[in-house]
Design a binder for this molecule. Sequence first.
Ligand code: TXA
Ligand code: MG
Length: 319
Amino acid sequence: MRISISQAIDRLNNGQVIALPTETVYGLAASIRHPQAIRKIYTLKSRPSANPLIVHVSSIQEVLEISTDIPTSFYALVDAFWPGPLTMILKIDESLISSDARAGLSTAGFRMPSHPISLEIIKETGALVMPSANLSGKPSSTTAEHVEADFGLDFPVVDGGSCQKGLESTILYFDNNKWIVVRRGALSVETIAEVLGYTPEVREKANSSTPLSPGQGFRHYAPEAKLILSDEIDSNVDCLIGFKNRSYPKGKTIYTLGNDDDPQTVAENLYSVLRFLDEKKVQIAWVDMNFPKGGIWDSIRERLTRAAERASSENEQSF
Ligand code: TXA
Ligand code: MG
């Protein structure tokens, strides 16, 4: 169900959960003042309770009120990238954010979205938690139709069209006087390095039972279809995800992401194409992974790699 900006503000202030567009992906929003709405987000998404939510703000003041230890480089990153697709994890005063939202951690991730609709709404409601608006483990939503496909036609969503970035925010974690990338995303590591003056370490995959970001331990972005990632499609295949400006004589049905010199368009189309596979009940799709390295391409590669992962016994119950 499509709702207006003013209806969205009323509902959020009344403790309801709704979906909003951001420049990265659509989010399921609840006010940080309404713990029961925050709990509802976990139920709606079937999200593991150990996976915390990002706090979305419209002013730096809101971050300063909640966090306790702010490194000076935070301000340089804010100057360069906020509002925009960068989330920063900071230590917080635990009494100010409900334990459910931060999964019991003593930190919270903060982001100021640049989408005019979400920014305008947050200005009126105050800080909102917003995970991506998809069922846990599935591809994120980049249109209002995607949100309705996951949560039903009656679910309230503000329609902001198709998300421009198409990939979630990049997440930075401050540890030992340095920022670490714990999730690649819409903002490239190279661009962040220019502001920091060093290249942050990328620690994406959980290699311990207590990863810096709990989300690393769960399955993400996966369609029902089995994805087979390949640098070379050299045998006949039924279904193939590839690039518009390439020809694939071995592929029967080809879904294109965009041109192989335009990572932004590829990112924008990625989740739509993954969702389309499920709509078409595709069982197996090959993916042309022969694309450049660096920048946003690395985030696209990471998403496709995660999307292709099959259920493993240790995280199966968390889907
Ligand atoms: O672009 C985005 O970031 C979107 C839009 C809606 O803003 N949101 C989003 O939220 O991607 P979600 O919940 O799908 O992913 C948030 C990730 C999770 O992997 C979670 O574990 C991590 O952020 N995270 C949140 N709070 C954290 C914290 N305090 N410490 C470490 N990781 C945290
Ligand atoms: Mg998500």
